[in-house]
Design a binder for this molecule. Structure first.
Ligand code: SIN
Ligand code: FE2
Length: 193
C-alpha cells in the first residue's frame, strides 16, 4: 500500500487520461452472464481487457471503435514501473492498463485477476478521485476480505503469493472530489501477454 504515491504525477496524469478517454470513451460492458457492469471501463496499452457474451479476454482492438486501444502514455508507464519497484517488483513492464470509472453506487464484486498470461508480474492499482473501500481477501472466494480505504493518489501493488487473491470494491458513496469531480477513477496496470 503506497499512500499518496500517485500525487506527484497528478498534473501530467490527469490530462494524459483525458486524452485516452477522448479516443476510447468509457463504456459499461456486459458480463458473459448478460449483466451490465456498474463500473464503466476503457483501456490503454497494446492489450485491453474486455468482457462480452463470449467471455473475458485481452484484445488489442477496442470493440467499440474497431481500432487499437490508445497507446499507454509515458507518464502512466512511469508511474506503474516506479510503484511496482517500490512494492518490490523490479522491471515491471505493463502492456495493459484497465481504466475503471465508478460513479456513486458503482461497485465491483469479489474476483481474481486471472486473465493475464504472466502471473509473475504484479498488479499495480492507482486510485484517483472519490474515496472507496477496497476489499482484499485471500486465495478462496469465501476468505473474509480486509477493508482498506483508498483515496486520491493511493497505489496498491499485489503480486507473488497474493497475485490471485480475491478483491473487489464496495459501492461508491456520493461525493464531489476537487480534482476529479463526482467519480472515482481506478487504473490497474497488468502484464497481460
Ligand atoms: C479491479 O479489481 O480491477 C479494480 C480495483 C479497484 O477499482 O480498486
Ligand atoms: Fe481486479
Amino acid at each position: 500500500m503506497l499512500r499518496g504515491f500517485a500525487k506527484s504525477f497528478e498534473s501530467e496524469l490527469v490530462p494524459a487520461l483525458r486524452e485516452v478517454v477522448a479516443q476510447a470513451p468509457f463504456r459499461r460492458m456486459f458480463t458473459p452472464g448478460g449483466h451490465q457492469m456498474s463500473v464503466a471501463m476503457t483501456n490503454c496499452g497494446s492489450a485491453g481487457w474486455v468482457t462480452d457474451q463470449s467471455g473475458y479476454r485481452y484484445d488489442g482492438i477496442d470493440p467499440d471503435s474497431g481500432q487499437p486501444w490508445p497507446a499507454m502514455p509515458p507518464v502512466l508507464r512511469r508511474l506503474a514501473e516506479q510503484a511496482a519497484a517500490e512494492g518490490g517488483f523490479e522491471s515491471f513492464a505493463p502492456d495493459a492498463c484497465l481504466i475503471n470509472r465508478y460513479t456513486p453506487g458503482a461497485r465491483m464484486s469479489l474476483h481474481q485477476d486471472k486473465d493475464e498470461q504472466d502471473l509473475a508480474a504484479p498488479i499495480v492499482s492507482v486510485s484517483l478521485g472519490l474515496p472507496a473501500t477496497f476489499l482484499f481477501g485471500g486465495p478462496k472466494r469465501a476468505d473474509k476480505p480486509k477493508r482498506y480505504r483508498l483515496e486520491h493518489g493511493d497505489v496498491v501493488v499485489w503480486g507473488g503469493p497474493s497475485r490471485l487473491f480475491f478483491h473487489g470494491v464496495a459501492p461508491l458513496a456520493e461525493g464531489e472530489h476537487a480534482v476529479m469531480g463526482p467519480q472515482r477513477i481506478n487504473l490497474t496496470f497488468r502484464k497481460a501477454r
